[in-house]
Design a protein around this ligand. Structure first.
Ligand code: PEP
Ligand code: MN
Length: 295
């Protein structure tokens, strides 16, 4: 017999009661299902969040919105405000910021597709919230507690990406912050963790598939997977997407770009429209084998 119901070493049963009263499941069947802009998240129909890394131009997000919606995506993703690793900018490698948010708003109306986009600074929370159906908090802000509190206060649904160096405990603690400050609609997103280079069989990050069932032992919140950021390499996106669904993910975030090699950032990572369309069909097949579905 396993004595501790939650053998995850850094989260004890006592922790569950005292540190995660809001995030933790109240019973084994407790599972939150959110309805966001008419899309169910946490249920048996898995939503897809797709789009370019960066909102590069109106044209880019318009054609992407049209194509991904036709292929079955529920949300258009894309950053107008981007956490770029290096401070150097060029015409191509630059954020579109306020203008990008305006384009997202236009495309949302034109194609009737909900928007998920990242907010990085407190001073832009209102602007981003005016367009976003879901506020994305990126890996780099996951433990910026004053920022989490301000985002929570908007009452907008929040997608909380896992910091690439954080344990499940720290990640759930960040979700607990958001809930404690009055916002119940938190979606978790696994996007790959850093591993020492000596242990790196693959790329910069390692998709932590195991965290999906581990999180589900503890929390009622939906958890989605982002194989694009995790693999950093489009040829692996398909297998890691299907594996994420098999592992129990409640949705998938994918970088999709009409011309991946010309993506302004991370050009090795996005898949193109045709690859996306083909992948959604395989996602549906895998989903159906576990009584879920895409279509
Ligand atoms: C993104 O989704 O565009 C992004 C920057 O992700 P992350 O915060 O996971 O790096
Ligand atoms: Mn990105």
């Amino acid at each position: 017999m396993i004595e501790n119901k939650f053998p995850t070493k850094d989260i004890s049963e006592d922790d569950i009661k005292t540190k995660f009263p809001l995030v933790a499941k109240k019973n084994d069947d407790h599972k939150s299902i959110f309805n966001i802009a008419g899309v169910e998240i946490g249920g048996s129909k898995l939503p897809i969040f797709a789009g370019p890394n960066m909102v590069e131009s109106k044209q880019l997000i318009s054609e992407t919105a049209e194509s991904i919606k036709k292929s079955g995506a529920s949300f258009l993703r894309g950053g107008a405000f981007k956490p770029l690793t290096f401070p150097y900018r060029s015409k191509k490698y630059n954020e579109t910021r306020e203008e990008g948010i305006k384009w997202l708003g236009e495309v949302k109306k034109e194609f009737n597709i909900p928007i998920i986009t990242e907010v990085m600074e407190e001073k832009y929370i209102d602007l981003v919230s005016s367009v976003a159906d879901i506020l994305q908090i990126g890996t780099r802000n996951m433990q910026n507690f004053p920022f989490l509190i301000e985002c929570a206060k908007t009452k907008k649904p929040i997608l909380l990406k896992r910091h690439f160096g954080c344990s499940l405990r720290d990640w759930l603690a960040a979700a607990e912050y958001i809930m404690y400050y009055g916002n119940e609609q938190v979606i978790l997103c696994e996007r790959g963790v850093s591993v020492p280079h000596t242990h790196r069989s693959t790329s910069r990050f390692l998709l932590d598939l195991q965290v999906i069932p581990a999180a589900k032992e503890i929390t009622h919140l939906p958890i989605i997977s982002d194989p694009s950021h995790a693999t950093f390499w489009s040829p692996w996106v398909e297998s890691m997407t299907l594996a994420s669904i098999a592992a129990g993910a409640d949705g998938i975030m994918l970088e999709v770009h009409p011309d991946p090699k010309n993506s302004a950032v991370d050009p090795l990572q996005p898949i193109n429209f045709e690859e996306f369309e083909n992948l959604t069909k395989k996602m549906d097949l895998v989903s159906r084998s576990i009584n879920k579905r895409i279509f």
